[in-house]
Ligand binder design. Structure first.
Ligand code: C2E
Ligand code: MG
Ligand code: MG
Ligand code: MG
Length: 277
């Protein structure tokens, strides 16, 4: 008895777990410092229509770490999600995105999407935060799109719907990101004041699989029925593009067209500013 107990207790102090905890704590304090030291930046991945014309972009967070180089948001966003850091990060992204929209007029960059963490969305002053950022930057609110994940809808659907309505009153665009990978219940979709669905790149990349192809066709059909825009993310090949186009998708994002770009690289691929108007 004592022996098994002893053993199970030993189990709780596995050095590998200790290391993992320390690594996360170190990363978290690094991230906190990165926000203060301005080591974060936004990259911008263009979205195009069927002719390859840029119709918008998605802002993607980048962290240039002193020793570890470029750290992927897939690694640090989940970490930041566990603390209030994600709210600070979200506010930083929001301000930076508004600055980008301010710098590039609507003829050059019609709209820009930002990713919203469920935790940030859940803050009681989230709507005020968006309203203030849009208001103080003077941009047309329709140019800012918020990408929400199905995660924001799980716990408090009615609360989320109410918040989304308030956001629509401000005038920003609303999209569901990574559509299809979460708890996509079709019944909730009708209730949401949405503008757009984004097809997750995991489906786009497995289009050879008949199941994934069917899912993609279904998502496109749903968005058509609900009169929503649909964006395919992760488009890498002309075969994928051909399938998506043939099935009615008209908006694309992926390495086949553009990788995420720095602000100045984005400005170079956009049409030249028209100084006459
Ligand atoms: P996401 O919002 O689904 O963003 C799309 C991801 O797919 C980006 O990864 C983008 O670089 C990548 N991607 C786009 N086209 C292609 C392609 O053709 N092939 C491949 N292999 N990948 C492609 P990234 O930048 O690493 O971001 C990963 C995730 O981190 C994002 O997924 C988003 O959930 C999260 N994220 C990024 N920036 C932010 C942010 O500012 N705030 C929050 N809360 N989350 C963010
Ligand atoms: Mg996104
Ligand atoms: Mg996405
Ligand atoms: Mg995705």
């Amino acid at each position: 008895q004592a022996k098994t107990q002893g053993r199970s207790r030993v189990c709780c102090y596995q050095p590998s777990m200790q290391i993992e905890v320390e690594r996360r704590l170190a990363l978290e304090s690094d991230l906190r410092r990165a926000i203060e030291d301005d080591r974060l930046s936004l990259h911008y991945q263009p979205q195009v229509d069927a002719y390859g014309v840029i119709v918008g972009a998605e802002a993607l967070l980048r962290w240039e770490h002193e020793t570890r180089g470029s750290v992927s948001p897939a690694e640090f966003i989940p970490l930041a999600e566990e603390s209030n850091l994600i709210v600070e990060l979200g506010e930083w992204v929001l301000r930076e995105a508004c600055r980008c929209l301010q710098a590039l007029d609507a003829e050059r960059l019609p709209r820009l999407s930002i990713n919203i963490s469920p935790r940030h969305f859940g803050e009681s002053d989230f709507v005020t935060c968006i309203e203030r950022a849009v208001g103080s930057s003077g941009i047309a609110p329709e140019r800012l799109f918020l990408e929400l994940t199905e995660g924001v809808l799980i716990d408090h659907l009615q609360g989320a719907v109410d918040k989304m309505r308030e956001l629509k009153r401000i005038g920003v665009g609303l999209a569901i990101d990574d559509f299809g990978v979460g708890y996509s219940s079709l019944s909730y979709l009708r209730r949401l004041p949405l503008d757009e669905l984004k097809i997750d790149r995991s489906f786009v990349q497995e289009l050879d699989d008949p199941n994934d192809a069917a899912i993609v066709q279904t998502i496109i059909a749903i968005s058509q029925h609900l009169a929503l825009d649909v964006v395919a993310e992760g488009v890498e090949t002309d075969d994928q593009l051909a399938f998506l186009s043939a099935n009615g998708c008209e908006r694309f994002q992926g390495f086949f067209f553009h990788r995420p770009l720095t602000f100045s690289a984005l400005a170079r691929v956009l049409p030249a500013p028209n100084y006459m108007t």
